[in-house]
Write a protein that binds this ligand. Structure first.
Ligand code: CUA
Length: 330
């Protein structure tokens, strides 16, 4: 057991080392910018209050300390109307201004009413990966979400098992994905780039490895990505590819995975594989997607991500055939 977690933690450290730490203090959308601005204003206000109050306290303690030749108590003062008004009115004004700024921020980050050009995305939490469906485009994918720069994605959040929370620190706040309930949120990106997301609600042993990526693409890149995702799955050419294809399309893999680009996987356990290799990671953003990692995964998924739903033993020769086919799914 220890060794299993050692492998996972080691891989996670190796993976996280090459990626920037996501934080809303490096905002890349109007939502996160509003949140970051409010954070800095509150932090600065709190610092000013802290320095003034603690400074006054220390100054008074030092000034009025007991000295060796003190004979009498210092003057005993009871009540000072002017001071009491000052330290009552100033905090009230500060709290009122915080309230106003918070309400303004809440309004600014609230989901806008649906617009004509909105991109509708259905996000479904699974233990432990994310399903991303684009109902208007006929695309079902996983763990890597694409949105066009400056566009608005209207997101509908669901979960098939337990409560998860969808969070892309640089682009949005957190919203829970709750079984039996549709929550909504919106997402927008002001700068082309790659942004890390993370499940933000403890959902089981692999909660920390329920990650995802959001790609904010230029319109041309987004259109090209959509066109590619809508294509049917690669047709097997060689004999090995043919066997691998059959295993995935109608064999043991088919119970959980799909090779139909439009098939949402909500009732299935695993991600849609139609364009697997157009993604850069797998298993909930846990591992880089390449042939070597995929081979280790198919060899023993429970070793790499203990507790995941893929409990299957595949003979080595079949692994080769499955990989021969999978690596063509661009
Ligand atoms: Cu899903 Cu934590």
């Amino acid at each position: 057991m220890l060794r299993k977690y050692g492998v996972v933690i080691g891989l996670a450290i190796a993976l996280s080392a090459c990626q920037p730490t996501p934080t809303f203090l490096h905002p890349a959308s109007s939502i996160s910018s509003h949140e970051a601005n409010l954070y800095w204003i509150i932090l600065i206000m709190a610092l000013v209050v802290f320095v003034l109050v603690e400074g006054a306290l220390i100054w008074i303690v030092v000034r009025d300390r007991k000295r060796a030749n003190d004979q009498e108590l210092p003057a005993q003062i009871h009540g000072n109307m002017r001071l009491e008004v000052v330290w009552t009115v100033i905090p009230i004004l500060l709290v009122i201004s915080l309230f106003i700024m918070t309400v303004q921020t809440v309004n600014a980050v609230a989901a806008p009413a649906s617009l004509k050009n909105d991109l509708n995305v259905r996000v479904v939490g699974h233990r432990w990966w994310w399903e991303f469906d684009y109902p208007d485009l006929g695309i079902a994918t996983a763990n890597e979400l694409h949105i066009p720069v400056g566009g608005t994605a209207q997101i509908s959040l669901e979960s098939v098992d337990v409560i998860h929370s969808f969070w892309v620190p640089q682009l949005s706040g957190k919203t829970d994905a709750i079984p039996g309930q549709h929550n909504t949120m919106w997402l927008t990106g002001d700068q082309v780039g790659e942004y890390l997301g993370q499940c933000a609600e403890f959902c089981g042993t692999q909660h920390a490895f329920m990650r995802f990526k959001v790609y904010v693409d230029s319109q041309a890149d987004f259109d090209a990505w959509v066109a590619n995702q809508q294509q049917p799955a690669y047709q097997p050419q060689t004999e090995d590819e043919q066997v691998g294809f059959k295993e995935i399309d109608s064999g043991a893999c088919a119970a959980c995975h799909s090779l139909d680009p439009t098939e949402v996987n909500t009732d299935k356990v695993g991600p849609n594989l139609t364009h697997l290799f157009s993604r850069t990671t797998f298993a909930g953003g846990t591992f880089d997607l390449n042939e070597e990692n995929l081979r280790s995964w198919l060899h023993d998924t429970q070793e790499l991500k203990p507790g995941n739903d893929m409990e299957i033993t595949i003979p080595p020769q079949q692994i080769d055939q499955i990989i021969a086919y999978l690596t063509h799914l661009k």
